[in-house]
Design a protein around this ligand. Structure first.
Ligand code: MGD
Ligand code: MGD
Ligand code: SF4
Ligand code: MO
Length: 594
């Protein structure tokens, strides 16, 4: 039997299940797989204890009693569904249909890729996924703020035999193997892209003919890049002219793919970064060409008619005021740890009369909930999986029977029944509605918007618009007092210094699912010892961590992976300027011995 991994990951692996023994393995024949599953599925997911029994007010009850308590909670005036990304199956959204019927609220915006997505839409009109076959045909792959060996390991076979360039403040595993590595200061990617574009124009390496047809405002863009002073900006990025020259050698007259990750855009200015990278790509004429393009987290639902799209009031996901609601259903998420500004979030969640947690594992949010409903995991229910990393669509088949938990569909059905509502179709109706909109490429299903050469005819919804270059950049953060103080004191003693807080993903967890961590990674030159306990603080909060030395970091950064308990006490409850996205890395922290 076949199914697919439901975890929130670029790869969306196809899985082969041996029927009687329930042994799972990767599907070697699938274009997005190499026969291997990652350690999360081989080990950590199955070692993590499940929530087995429902609870109401801390007391274990039967599923029927728990669902009755849920129905009663939804009789209250104001209710909210806050959905996380614990499972990326499309059936997660079936609960929308109930929220619409009771005129409840949903969320808008993003904890994840929203800022970058907004930047892409500003330039290209729509965010199409770059198909794997174009990555395969590239000569040069620029891995730009994506930690591919951890978060996207099944892309690795596609990088073989290519020139690899890495742009990342951390010397990652792929950076060590790269042909060229730029260890830039965090939050300077916008400038990197603008500088590279400026040099390409200066030396007449730009794709003038392509731009005349598809991006005709290129003269204005060249003028815009010239408003940026070269010397001070290169210093700010932490590179020199030689680095830029070497970088250009990989970009000039080559088939280039940029693999851009979430790392570049966890800032208020995240949309500008993707817009600038896309503008650089246009300067090189990389759209709609074989072996070229910009791959980011694509909009996998583009082109689909979504049976779960509803008209509901929506509140911000990254800065939700939970206490505005009587009843909050948290489904497949862990806002008490994954949202920014944990001090604020916990206080807000404590102010909710009926907090319902619907998930697979215990976490910070289940600990605060009045009602806890165990969910079935993705092996135990029917679903369908799209990917933000590639074009393939997989059926997620039920391959395991379990006494534990309830599926999102059955949960929704029980609420429709309790409220005497009509209009919910059979489960298979919805799965078929998605599958029927896919097309077939050989043996595999691909998304509704799949094209082998996206943007070949042009940009925008209809494909007949031009690319719009970036033409402005506003940055409040570097003008704040805090930042100036940092600049002035950076030559002072270490204890006065502030550090960028980077929070990439870990290979033992999927966000806050599975193995949790308590470490902060520091450069050995900062003078702390392995295992030493330190307090990390920001203007938003503080938390204690244990030191792990890592000489692959820049001296102005600390790293705390996103599965670390207490990380988000340090991060700000702000939204990106475009894209309504969390800005986890818009923060500087201090280190103190304890
Ligand atoms: N094993 C595993 N896989 C996962 C996940 C997981 O938790 N575990 N999570 C999944 C999810 S939800 C997502 S969104 C994706 C995200 O996966 P990625 O796109 O890989 O994002 P991150 O791991 O957050 O960060 C990627 C890289 O950005 C770098 N970085 C940080 N700041 C900057 C910067 O200012 N500029 C540049 N150029 N680089 C910077 C970091 O050092 C890191 O190497 O991964 C998915 N895959
Ligand atoms: N500081 C910092 N914070 C971050 C990030 C960062 O880079 N830095 N990354 C952000 C990103 S990219 C993301 S995507 C968010 C993720 O944040 P969330 O969306 O809150 O995801 P998780 O924390 O992984 O919690 C997922 C929960 O879903 C439950 N679950 C799993 N499968 C199912 C299922 O089938 N049904 C139901 N009902 N529940 C299920 C699990 O029990 C798990 O506890 O975190 C964000 N938080
Ligand atoms: S978490 Fe990602 S790499 Fe691991 S099995 Fe699932 S889809 Fe594949
Ligand atoms: Mo994410």
């Amino acid at each position: 039997m076949h199914t697919a991994c439901g975890l929130d990951c670029y790869d969306a692996c196809s899985i082969i299940v041996e029927d009687d023994s329930f042994k799972i393995k990767g599907d070697a024949s699938h274009p997005a797989g190499n026969g291997a599953l990652c350690a999360l599925l081989n080990k950590y997911m199955f070692e993590t204890p499940r929530i087995e029994k429902p609870r109401v007010d801390g007391v274990e009850v039967s599923m029927d009693e728990a669902l009755e308590a849920v129905a009663k909670a939804f009789k209250a005036d104001k209710s909210l569904l806050w959905r996380g990304s614990g499972n990326l199956g499309v059936m997660q959204e079936v609960t929308n249909l109930f929220m619409e019927k009771i005129e409840g609220s949903l969320t808008k915006g993003s904890l994840c890729d929203g800022a970058g997505d907004a930047g892409i839409v500003m330039g290209r009109g729509v965010n199409k996924t770059l198909p794997l076959e174009q990555i395969e045909k590239a000569e040069v792959v620029v891995v730009w703020g994506r930690n591919v060996t951890v978060t996207n390991s099944h892309i690795m076979p596609y990088l073989e035999g290519k020139k690899i360039v890495v742009i990342d403040p951390v010397r990652t595993h792929i950076a060590k193997k790269a042909d060229f590595y730029l260890q830039i200061a965090p939050r300077t990617d916008y400038y990197v892209a603008i500088m590279l574009a400026r040099f390409i124009f200066m030396e007449d390496s730009d794709a003038t003919e392509w731009m005349d047809e598809f991006a005709s405002e290129h003269e204005d863009f060249y003028d815009f890049t010239r408003e940026h002073r070269i010397k001070s900006i290169l210093e700010y990025i932490g590179v020199d002219l030689g680095d830029m020259g070497r970088m250009l050698n990989y970009l000039r007259n080559r088939k280039v793919v940029f693999l851009v990750g979430a790392g570049v855009q966890k800032y208020s200015t995240g949309s500008y970064v993707l817009h600038a990278i896309d503008s650089l790509a246009s300067t090189l004429g990389l759209f709609g060409q074989e072996g070229c393009g910009v791959s980011y987290l694509g909009n996998s639902k583009l082109g689909f008619d979504n049976p779960f799209s509803v008209m509901c009031n929506r509140v911000q996901k990254a800065t939700t005021n939970f206490s505005d609601f009587d009843t909050v259903l948290v489904q497949g998420g862990n806002p008490a740890a994954s949202m920014p500004d944990t001090n604020r979030v916990k206080k807000e969640l404590e102010g909710v009369a009926n907090l319902i947690y619907f998930g697979v594992h215990e976490n910070e949010t289940s600990q605060l909930a009045k009602i806890v409903i165990p969910a079935k995991n993705f092996f135990e229910k029917e679903d369908l999986r799209l990917s933000y990393g590639h074009q393939y669509v997989e059926a997620m088949k039920k391959v395991l029977d379990s006494e534990i938990g309830i599926s999102e569909y059955d949960f929704t059905k029980s609420l429709f029944d309790a409220f005497g509502l009509a209009g919910l179709q059979e489960e298979s109706y919805y799965i078929d509605a998605w599958m029927d909109q896919c097309s077939k490429e050989g043996e595999n299903h691909v998304t509704a918007s799949y094209e082998t050469l996206p943007y070949a005819d042009g940009f925008g919804e209809e494909g007949d618009d031009e690319f719009e270059f970036i033409e402005e950049y506003d940055d409040d953060f570097i003008n704040t007092k805090r930042f100036r103080k940092y600049r002035k004191t950076s030559k002072n003693k270490k204890k006065d210094e502030t550090f960028w807080l980077l929070s990439p993903k870990s290979n033992k967890s999927l966000n806050t699912q599975f193995v949790r961590e308590d470490k902060v990674q520091l450069h050995p030159e900062l003078g702390y010892g392995e295992g030493e306990r330190v307090k990390i603080s920001s203007e938003h909060g503080e938390h204690e961590f244990s030191v792990k030395l890592n000489e692959d970091l820049r001296l102005d950064c600390v790293v705390i992976t996103s599965n670390t308990v207490g990380l988000n006490y340090l991060t700000p409850a702000i939204l990106s300027e475009e894209g309504e996205s969390a800005c986890y890395q818009e923060v500087k922290v201090e280190i103190e011995r304890i």
